[in-house]
Design a protein around this ligand. Sequence first.
Ligand code: SAM
Length: 274
Amino acid sequence: MPLNVADFEFVRTLVSKRSAIVLDSEKSYLVESRLVPVAKSIGLATTSDLVAHLRSSPSSGLHQKVVEAMTTNETSFFRDIHPFEAFKNVVVPDMLKRRESTRQLRIWCGASSTGQEPFSLAMLLRDDFPCLKSWSVRIIATDLSDNVLEKARRATFSQLEVNRGLPASYLVKYFERRGLEWRLKDEICSMVEFGKLNLIESWPAMPPLDVVFLRNVLIYFDVPTKKQILAKVRAGMRSDGYFFLGGAETTLNLDDKFERLDFDRAGCYRLKSK
Ligand SMILES: C[S@@+](CC[C@H](N)C(=O)[O-])C[C@H]1O[C@@H](n2cnc3c(N)ncnc32)[C@H](O)[C@@H]1O
């Protein structure tokens, strides 16, 4: 049974206020199915009971749980491959030249979900750019959801997860078996710093960024929110930095200070020179 209109509206407003994720009315079955486990986890029989509970205790941690339940955490190693190829073939070689004097590289992976994306970048850097070992390289990975951050920090993946996009050579080199699962070796884990960052709240201080990955998250937001987030990305990037969006995302008609680079389907942007 889907939520009644008033309860759906309550959840829609809560999720929008706290994450900017837009829930259309036709998503009411999806919302219901994602709320059932949250209701059960606190011993409530129905999602209507859950909404009643949310209404009566506005400051409980349950609100965050509901917002997290509405996030889509789909990800995989080297997802969509093209951005990673551009990163390897163009972006890092260019940065090696541009940052030769400081030998510092700062990468931010926003909305990083369970960690496959930043870990893919870390493995790629370790594998293809051994010279970076003597550089100061930081990969900062953030998400809104405590759940996914906890899983990312465990750096432990199922067989199914490592079967999706991870080259066999990387599995052999960088993972060790833990029972039925695979744990990333510390040499890769230690390259990624995970932290919480809600894109619609104020952002914690980050160093000026050389490369930003913010993929497959803007699609969930309305136009004003996308514009605000793109402006914040711009402010956080170095003027010669690179910015990657997801395959279904663009800065077009949202922020004219970015220009798209002509890398094959990589969704890569730079700031226009003034
Ligand atoms: C579909 S995943 C994308 C994961 C990864 N970037 C990729 O492309 O494979 C979207 C992620 O965005 C996060 N997210 C949604 N709203 C957010 C917000 N307001 N602030 C930060 N992260 C958010 C979700 O928790 C989820 O992990």
